[in-house]
Design a protein around this ligand. Sequence first.
Ligand SMILES: [Fe+2]
Length: 361
Amino acid sequence: MAIGVHTPLSIATLYVYVSKDEKIPVKGSTRYSAYQSNCYPELNRCVNTFSLKDLSPHSTYYFILSNGTSSIGSKRKFRTLADDTDLITMVSGGDLSTTPETKLLLVKAASYSPDLVVLGGDLAYDNGEIKNIGLWDTWLSAWEESMVTPDGFTIPMIIAIGNHEVKGGWNATVSDATLFLKFFQQQGNQTYFKRKLGKLALLMVLDTGHIASVEEQAPWIVKTLAEYSNTPYRFAAYHVPLYPSHRKFENDQSAQLRKYWAPAFDQGLNFALEHHDHSLKRTYLIKAGKRDDKNGVLYLGDGCFGIDPRDVHSDSWYLVKTMSVAHFWLTKFTKKKTQMEALDMSGKVLDSTEILNLKAM
Ligand SMILES: [Fe+2]
């Protein structure tokens, strides 16, 4: 677990105290210093990242910030996944922005007590520009206030990068995504990486050509799928869709992604979370560029977690369901099956599907 804290330059010393004891006693806590602090004098701000080590599975942790002599702000808590859990609840979505609808969707998403949220890029729409820091302040405040479960647990996020996190959108460098990469040190400056969710699922977070090249990730996807072939569910989250619902099937970016990634996904991916088109979609199961109801990959999308919905095409061969509507996906992994539901801000189920755990059959 990592904790990101933004502070004014006047706070010279900052620690976080972490404990399983709700009182966070000084002697019974672990004190962490930031492993990375990036200061922006022009913004009167430092962005501090604390990396918590050696956490136990299936535990509640309380934490509070301190300047060394007194605490700062209020206490918060989070929980870790049980290693052998039979239920993981995940919210996912992308293309949020800072609209009032974003906040309503976040509040609704948190009400399902997800263990984590996977975000598929285009969060605050800063476009890699420091002058847009205010968008992040609004975005992060909405997250801090809204993404708390009914039992009071702060909900962690895992994020894929989108075009609006970088200057120029595509084929950019690390310095073109300075805010995003400084705020969210998930794997250093690496924008594709994997996360294991208990024993049930493997998540690959990918970069659809914003900083890392699409081509270079293909062999890594194949290798990772082989490495985790015994994990019941293997899925990927990334920004630009291989199978778009608003943009045309032939658009250059989707075509390039299909060329390099679809054959890699066919080596054992169960489902993919796609975004960027600002709509709701579910595809048929697809393998080797064709519908394959038995062995195909399911593609869910398409990123409309607050941003205005766009119109959709529904007559494409690969689309089962499309809607022009703000939503998020709620996914429940269990030993028998994984269930996915698309929900709107009132909690209405717009679409649902499931995949079985073939390894348990
Ligand atoms: Fe996008």
